[in-house]
Design a protein around this ligand. Structure first.
Ligand code: SF4
Length: 198
């Protein structure tokens, strides 16, 4: 399977201290997508579902967020990944997908991946209603689907939107998790304040 990023710990991609996996490749092309570099299905890096599951379990975070890119464009590999995780009794799996719920349940391969999650957040990113009213969710049109009940209470009382980012300093690049900033200038200003440059 093709992966864009694996972050062992983040606090801005869902509740608690979570592992996050950005899938590489997306066929949906939402206008003004924040992650266009994750559209090419041949980019990123390869891992087997077993290798990725082992890395996620090893991190021992409070849960896992799947996003992208588009997780359900690799539905078979996603199902294998989630089966490995569930075999390790892993809980707390939240998936963000650009497919609507009706598109998911109409496709057996997508549905098989979705039903192994605890919570699915479905629907394309729509810039007109972004960033929306809800924390961690890109736009107001996206819908919540509690699969196992683990996040049913959270889904009923979803936290309100707050603007939050997390800066990750990689070997060769600066990565930003969480709510996208309105303009690159804003990020540049942030670093200038800290005197670190960009
Ligand atoms: S589904 Fe996500 S990654 Fe794909 S185009 Fe839409 S916002 Fe971008």
């Amino acid at each position: 399977m093709r992966i864009a990023r694996l972050e062992e710990y983040t606090t801005v991609e869902g509740p608690g201290r979570r592992t996050a996996v950005w899938f590489q490749g997306c066929s949906l092309a939402c206008p003004q997508c924040c992650n266009p570099e994750m559209h090419d299905p041949t980019a990123g890096f390869a891992m087997t579902p077993e290798e990725l599951a082992d890395a996620i379990v090893h991190a021992r975070a409070e849960g896992l967020t799947l996003l992208g890119g588009e997780p359900l464009d690799q539905a078979s590999e996603l199902r294998l990944l989630l089966q490995h995780l569930r075999a390790h009794h892993y809980q707390g799996i939240i998936m963000f997908t650009g497919y609507t719920w009706s598109q998911i349940i109409a496709d057996p391969a997508r549905a098989a991946g979705a039903e192994l999650c605890d919570l699915v957040i479905a629907g394309p990113f729509e810039a007109a209603s972004a960033p929306g009213r809800r924390r961690w969710i890109g736009s107001d049109n996206q819908t919540l689907h509690s699969i196992t009940g683990l996040y049913a209470e959270l889904a009923e009382n979803w936290p309100k939107f707050v603007k939050e980012i997390e800066i990750v300093i990689g070997d060769e690049e600066l990565l930003v998790n969480g709510t996208p900033l309105a303009a690159d200038d804003e990020l540049a200003g942030l670093f200038m304040q800290k005197g670190e440059g960009r």
